[in-house]
Design a protein around this ligand. Structure first.
Ligand SMILES: *Cc1c(COP(=O)(O)O)cnc(C)c1O
Length: 406
């Protein structure tokens, strides 16, 4: 049974007033709220078994290690990875992408090619640009159509033995577009030996993820966008591929044997997890997975899809309102502007006064904004605890903003 009020009651922050109004939180693509069980998991660690992991023989260290490794196994099942050591803890999607971009450096030669898409978040652009600068490789960008879809047919022409990596997001954070990653991956496998990196930051909160069926080499996402704490994330890497990479950070935890002359590295996953990790946060990612599984991932997807359709229908009733990627297959996001109102943040400020949290601006995707010739958009993004009444409040708020700014 999907009981929205019961779900909402698990999120303490949803009781908050903002500017004297009930909070309507529609900025979930930036970060989601956290249920009580996730907050409790963090507190529990600090109150009852705070100790460093992996090196102590004392009881608390063993409990902490067991809890963190248990969370790794939960994430393994959550994305259907073949092995738990293919699941690396990071501090977010950004770190996962940077880790691979840096660790791949020695595998890239001048004139090799890296392919990304027009729809990427800055964090799936800049690390690859930096890799190209270090190595002399070339960055190619899959173009976008006016409707927000990608021109993936260019891959048939572009893919070759020079292609070393293709990195695309499964769902765009700016527009909510769901990219045809199965088709992209099929094309890449058919015509190259390139690594395939999927930025799953906006997919993991909404869909079932199966990295084996998907057949990607890497899949990165952020714990904080799926009901977990900030400063947490996951990088999945196929073992046979991770084994080809150099370490990213050097330090404690990642060595096998260390002398001043030469250091040998630990095996997976520890080779890529130097230093003391975010133990509480990593444990709490496992709890966020528990939360999502308890609600049911298909329930989450169905509810959010209904919210998206309802929001789009209500918002489009407003004259002069344009939804970007209106007709495309989307998840979790409605990104829009009002005609004649050039500054999206003006709308956002009025909504904020009404207790409605949306994001305005370029959403870390300036190329997309430039494509549409706008400085930014207003973005409402959904999570499982949002309601149809909240969409009504949003719609009324947008109408009010339109009147005030006319
Ligand atoms: C949020 C986001 C990122 C970056 O995630 P961080 O948690 O900030 O590291 C990357 N890609 C997409 C699609 C995102 O939505």
């Amino acid at each position: 049974m999907f009981d929205i009020q019961e779900i909402r009651s698990q999120f303490p922050i949803l009781q908050e007033k903002v500017n004297g109004k009930d909070l309507v939180y529609l900025d979930n693509a930036a970060t989601s709220q956290k249920p009580k069980m996730v907050l409790d998991a963090i507190n529990n660690y600090y109150e009852h078994y705070n100790a460093n992991v992996h090196r102590g023989i004392h009881t608390l260290s063993q409990v902490a290690t067991e809890m963190m490794e248990d969370a790794r196994k939960k994430v393994q099942r959550f994305i259907n990875a073949k092995h738990d050591y293919e699941v690396l803890f990071t501090k977010g999607t950004t770190e996962g992408i940077n880790l691979v971009a840096y660790a791949m450096t020695d595998l890239i030669k001048k004139d090799d090619e890296i392919i990304i898409s027009y729809l990427e978040h800055h964090s799936n652009i800049v690390p690859w640009q930096m890799l190209c600068q270090r190595t002399g490789a070339k960055l190619r960008v899959i173009p976008m159509n006016e409707d927000g879809t990608l021109q993936i047919d260019v891959l048939d022409e572009w893919l070759s033995e020079k292609t070393k990596l293709v990195s695309v997001n499964q769902v765009s954070n700016a527009l909510g577009i769901v990219n045809p990653i199965d088709e992209i991956i099929r094309k890449v496998r058919a015509k190259s030996n390139a690594f395939i990196f999927i930025d799953g930051a906006q997919a993991a909160p909404h869909f079932e993820i199966d990295v084996q069926t998907m057949d990607c080499d890497f899949f990165a996402f952020s714990g904080h966008k799926m009901y977990g704490p900030t400063g947490t994330g996951i990088l999945y890497g196929k073992a046979s591929v991770l084994e080809q990479l150099n370490p990213f950070h050097g330090g404690g935890e990642m060595i096998d044997h260390c002398t001043f002359e030469k250091t040998t590295y630990a095996g997976l996953p520890f080779r890529f997890e130097a230093g003391t990790p975010n133990i509480a946060g990593n444990i709490a990612i496992g709890t966020a997975v528990d939360f999502m599984e308890k609600v049911g991932r298909s329930n989450i997807a169905a509810h959010e899809h209904a919210l998206l359709e309802y929001a789009q229908r209500k918002l489009l009733e407003i004259e002069g309102l344009k939804v970007y990627g209106e007709k495309a297959n989307r998840a979790g996001v409605v990104s829009f502007n009002l005609s004649g109102i050039g500054i999206a943040s003006d709308v956002g400020m009025i909504l904020d006064k009404l207790g409605i949290a949306v994001r305005t601006g370029h959403h870390c995707t300036q190329p997309i904004m430039e494509y549409f010739g706008v400085a930014g958009t207003v973005r409402a993004s959904f999570a499982v605890y949002n309601t149809f009444e909240e969409i009504d409040i949003l719609t009324e708020g947008v109408k009010k903003a339109q009147k005030m700014l006319a």
